[in-house]
Design a protein around this ligand. Structure first.
Ligand code: ZN
Ligand code: ZN
Length: 413
């Protein structure tokens, strides 16, 4: 039975059409180039992992519980589509014996992630991330390096009004005492907090600092700051990260309310935010996760990284008027008569060999039709090709008539 309606894409996912892909590629090429220039190597991990791996990383968080694409495969195994890159990369770091190589292992990944959330603008169920991880080094110099890598990439893309927020959230040694202080501060205010914050007060008070609900805002300013209560090691690392960022010429804003909700996150937390008119949008976020690998059942190993959502970045780039580096065609050859085609093909082949994007009409269009077609393709140069004489047309420049033999020589250069 033929269907009466065409089959549409699955809800919440989208196609990257060629016109969007151009800017996407610019983002990807810059990410690869910058990461490699910092000595990072590309890793590709499967989009599918054992559900247990993902759930251990995000244990007890709403995002994992509600938004995980989790299902049973045909062999009865519980698997999940990765919601982020770190878990898979950390797994591969041990499984691929990268832990036995030079440390830290400097890795980057670009690929799709999956979250079963409510789709909205700039937020999809399949979305792409550029992810960078440095695993196996505790030095704050690596924190600064990862931040500098992200900053270099975002600046290179032409993003303006970019802000770097920075904080330290301590570690297993100093954080418990700080959390006690935070609870003690918030307890008398409990009745004035919103419901979720009331619940989190005892279980995960750090998240109260991250709350965006208006009624909770007035209390944040006077809350004790984690950076005032760091142990000596954390304080030294905090000081070193800031000194190194300063030396690298990277400006940042101290944000005592930039926190993470999971225990395995330690020390440096950072976020790149684009401040557009009337709104701001987090482009990339990351930090240190020295407790993560132990939680996954591995030997305690420090790590730091960040993830950047490509779709949201593209929205910011479009808003900032950034356009793709490569678009359209370099040369379109329009023919007076279809019979000329065999004569012109060697030239087209030669242009393509030189790396130019060249096309010739296949549709048997009239000359006028070919010229219209070439303009729609965005051709930078249109050549009206004749056996003896040709006309070179470039937008914004006067047309130029040249002997075809001369044109062939010129194009070959
Ligand atoms: Zn709240
Ligand atoms: Zn500490």
């Amino acid at each position: 039975m033929p269907r009466t309606e065409p089959i549409k894409a699955v809800r919440g996912v989208h196609d990257l059409l060629p016109q969007e892909r151009a800017l996407w590629r610019t983002v990807e090429i810059a990410a690869t180039r910058v990461a490699r220039s910092f000595g990072y190597q590309e890793i590709v991990t499967p989009i599918i992992e054992h559900a247990e791996l993902i759930e251990r990383v995000g244990e007890d968080t709403d995002a994992v519980a509600k938004e995980l694409y989790r299902f049973e495969d045909r062999g009865g195994r519980q698997v999940a589509l990765r919601p982020e890159a770190t878990a898979g990369i950390v797994r591969a770091y041990f499984e691929g014996h990268l832990n036995q190589g030079p440390q830290p292992a400097r890795l980057f990944l670009i690929g799709p992630m999956f979250r079963y959330n409510r789709p909205q603008k700039g937020r999809y169920r399949q979305f792409f991330q550029f992810d960078v991880e440095a695993i196996g080094a505790e030095s704050p110099a690596v924190d600064a390096e990862v931040i500098e890598l992200a900053a270099t990439w975002l600046h290179e893309l032409g993003l303006r009004d970019l802000r770097l927020d920075l904080n330290s959230i301590g570690d297993a040694k100093c954080r418990p005492a700080y959390l006690d202080l935070l609870r003690a501060y918030y307890r008398p205010l409990k009745a004035e907090l919103h419901g979720e914050c009331q619940r989190r007060l005892e279980t995960n008070p750090l998240l109260l600092l991250d709350c965006k609900v208006p009624q909770c805002q007035p209390f944040k300013a006077k809350a004790p700051r984690v950076t005032d209560h760091l142990c000596d090691e954390c304080a030294a690392a905090w000081e070193a990260v800031r000194r190194l960022l300063h030396a690298a010429g990277i400006e940042y804003r101290l944000d005592p309310h930039l926190v993470r909700g999971l225990d395995y996150y330690t020390r440096t937390a950072f976020e790149f935010v684009v401040e557009a008119i009337g709104a701001q949008s987090s482009i990339a976020g990351g930090g240190r996760y020295d407790g993560l690998i132990e939680q996954l059942g591995g030997k305690p190993t420090p790590g730091i990284g960040f993830g950047a959502g490509v779709e949201r970045l593209l929205l910011s780039l479009e808003a900032a008027g950034v356009t793709a580096e490569e678009q359209g065609l370099d040369v379109f050859l329009a023919l007076h008569e279809a019979e000329l085609k065999p004569r012109v093909m060697p030239l087209v082949t030669e242009l393509r060999r030189q790396g130019l994007r060249a096309e010739v009409d296949h549709g048997g269009r009239s000359l006028k039709g070919q010229l219209t077609h070439a303009r729609r393709l965005g051709a930078a140069t249109i050549i009206e090709w004749g056996l003896e004489r040709s006309v070179v047309r470039r937008p914004g420049q006067p047309d130029e008539e040249v002997p075809t033999a001369e044109l062939v020589e010129r194009l070959k250069q």
